[in-house]
Design a protein around this ligand. Sequence first.
Ligand SMILES: NC(=O)c1ccc[n+]([C@@H]2O[C@H](COP(=O)([O-])OP(=O)(O)OC[C@H]3O[C@@H](n4cnc5c(N)ncnc54)[C@H](OP(=O)(O)O)[C@@H]3O)[C@@H](O)[C@H]2O)c1
Length: 290
Amino acid sequence: MLNKTVIVTGGNSGIGKESVLALCKMGANVVIACRETAYGNEKPVAEVIGEIERLVPGAQLSFLPLDLASLASIRNFAALFTKRHAQLDVLLNNAGVLSMERKQTRDGFELTMGTNHLGPFLLTNLLLEHLVSTPNSRIVNVASKAHSNGKLVFANNTIETRWPYTGLSAYADSKLANIYFTQELAERLAGTDTTVNALHPGGVATNIWPDPGGIMGIIKRRMIKNLNAPEKGARTSVYLCSSPETQNVSGKYFHKNKPLLPSSRARDKSIQKKLWQVSVVATGLESTLF
Ligand SMILES: NC(=O)c1ccc[n+]([C@@H]2O[C@H](COP(=O)([O-])OP(=O)(O)OC[C@H]3O[C@@H](n4cnc5c(N)ncnc54)[C@H](OP(=O)(O)O)[C@@H]3O)[C@@H](O)[C@H]2O)c1
């Protein structure tokens, strides 16, 4: 990964932080894209950078602020990144949220769909020119097996939040959107040497699991102890970002470094195409490169 520039969204915590560490060890120039004052994570990003620099002396690591729950922040990030960097070899769309309460982004989208799908959709499209002009570039989307419980419903050309709201169904819907986005973008990128793939990292002990407190909180903490460590959870992300084996693979869904078939609903092309159109309108994307 020497001389390769990589963006890792949510690189300050959990699977993202371990991905950053592994990519730094491989010699990549890594840009952590996250909120400056972490919300889910107890550590500010400066502290995380210090930790990684101690583990990888000479690491090429920097930070640029990005809030995926704000279209303005995403536009600022893309403008700043493209001004500072001539190339983008890998975009690792890792950041994600699971909110048990129904909340909204700054632009009025349901928080989970806004952060996990609409934000990365806009970010990727704004960075696409940079990606396509960099030889053999890759986009890697961290989805989840939870996508198989998802279902997208549209109303008046917007993505409808299923009723009654539950954190798990909103999360499943957003992860299903990650798979549709990956497949549709791969079709649009056919004929270029930029690839896009999605993955399930496994069940991983990270801050994403909400703590409901009380007895349920005790159960949650016990359950988390049986999950994989973040280092293991990062392996498929790192593999898709760096392995020569996947250089020419695009539009696939991986788990444990192997392609898997996503759910049958995730393979519905009409929903895949509808989601793209609706996402363009929702994010105010002026034009798409492909
Ligand atoms: N853990 C699992 O078992 C599991 C299973 C399947 C898929 N995944 C996926 O893996 C990815 C990484 O999650 P994780 O498990 O490593 O959880 P995590 O430790 O909570 O990391 C999530 C990251 O996303 C960032 N993030 C959340 N909202 C954001 C926003 N509005 N703008 C920018 N960054 C934001 C968080 O930043 P803050 O620190 O500022 O909140 C954090 O860095 C997610 O996409 C998740 O859906 C996880």
